[in-house]
Design a protein around this ligand. Sequence first.
Ligand code: HEM
Length: 474
Amino acid sequence: MDSMYVIGLGITIIIIILTQIVSKSSSKQNFPPGRKGWPIIGETTTFVSCPVKFVVDRMKDHSPDVFQTSLAGETMAVFCGPAANKFIFSNELKFVKSWLPRSISKALAQQNSDPTSHSFKLADQVSHKFLKLDCIQQYVGTMDSMVQQHLDKFWVPFEQVKVHPLAKEFTFELSCRIFVEFSNPSLQVVKQLRDPFFEFIEGIFSTPLNVPGMPYYKALKGSKLVQEKLYEIMSQRKKKLKLSDDDNHDDSDLLGRFLMASDEHGTCVSKEDVARIIIGFIFASFYTTSTTIAFVVGFLSKHPQVYEKVLQEQMEIKRGKGPGELLTWADVQKMKYSWNVICETMRLRPPATGGYKEAITDFTYSGYNIPKGWKVHWSAYSTSMNPDYFPDPEKFDPARFEGSGPPPYSFVPFGGGPRMCTGKEYARMETLVFLHNLVTKFRFKMVNPNENIFYNPDPVPAEGLQVYLQLHTN
Ligand code: HEM
């Protein structure tokens, strides 16, 4: 017992001395104030367990503009506030470039591609164009009919459902249809990809130990299987394209567009790049849109007067449609109040904690030096709960988004600048179309209005957000 005590005391003293050395050398070189935490793991555990508290506490303790920490084994400067957001978004490729921890980019199959290749550039061009509003808006009707089928099958027969797991299944199916296999509504592809994808997604943020049995090992295995299945699907589609007399034309989904694309050098998109983008898109939409849907349901259940206003807006749109007529992009544009409700939900429960970059040169911000190689994190939490931009920040109040809305760069759930989320319009359409169908079909009440939230590091309802359902009678 005594020797354990002495060892523990010794370790504590060494850490205190190391922390002092680090903070002294930091202050000499005028790095942002902050602490690095434990060797190797740094402050990762504290950050992941509650990113909002992590950021708000450190803004108070160190600096409201920028502080340093250590996350995922990297020294990181966390940029805070609207001015910092503007600075990061405006200096992409001048001071910073996008960055992901190696463990995550490996699981996302990003390391199989060569970023300098023609195929890589072509794949990025095709996929960016695909998610642009003028292309993606053609899928509103498909989203609508898929939501209806999903609700009829998994919600209508039940008095009680868990919203978050259902929203995840729906989001996954939707991405498979729009990105991989549009023309086959029976979605064979979902059956092939679902289990390995869910295994991959469950372990991607875990400790990166590639040892059999560990969640990260399973994530890599799942990712590999998804890649292989995608390669198979691609080669079958290629064969079909060759056989079709339709001028080899198939732009029904993202995969079809990849298979048809070629650039001025005659380069086509490689199978590795197809997998990289499709896995990236399915991953990027998975938690973000499903948690947004779940938390919207939670807030509407707690705020009946907001629910009534959303219902009124959505019923007006529904009354304008004929029987069986699907929603269109013009209908989505009318859902202004509902979008304010979704924005207020994303303010209180940001579906993505922010973005990660790497300093590509030495630069200064707010009087502090950021050396080349440091990682940079802009955090949605540094503004979303700040009473200077959102008075009474804990209050759920969609009216904040009326008129000119919050001050510039204070509400940035999708980031900003050249690396802003390319899936923003897709996410807007999916969440609004889902909300339309939900409120025009049901009233709902949370089974546990005090349900906890845990972070992974994005917020997740701890009990899956369980609600009682009541079908509208007319
Ligand atoms: C509520 C839903 C969503 C939220 C809140 C969200 C948020 C974000 C954020 C914060 C970033 C990082 C921006 C940065 O690094 O500065 C991002 C990047 C990205 N998102 Fe989303 N996202 C959502 C849905 C989607 C969907 C549905 C897709 C695809 C269909 C998608 C695709 C992407 C891609 C490809 C990037 C990387 C962009 C780039 O680096 O050029 N996102 N998203």
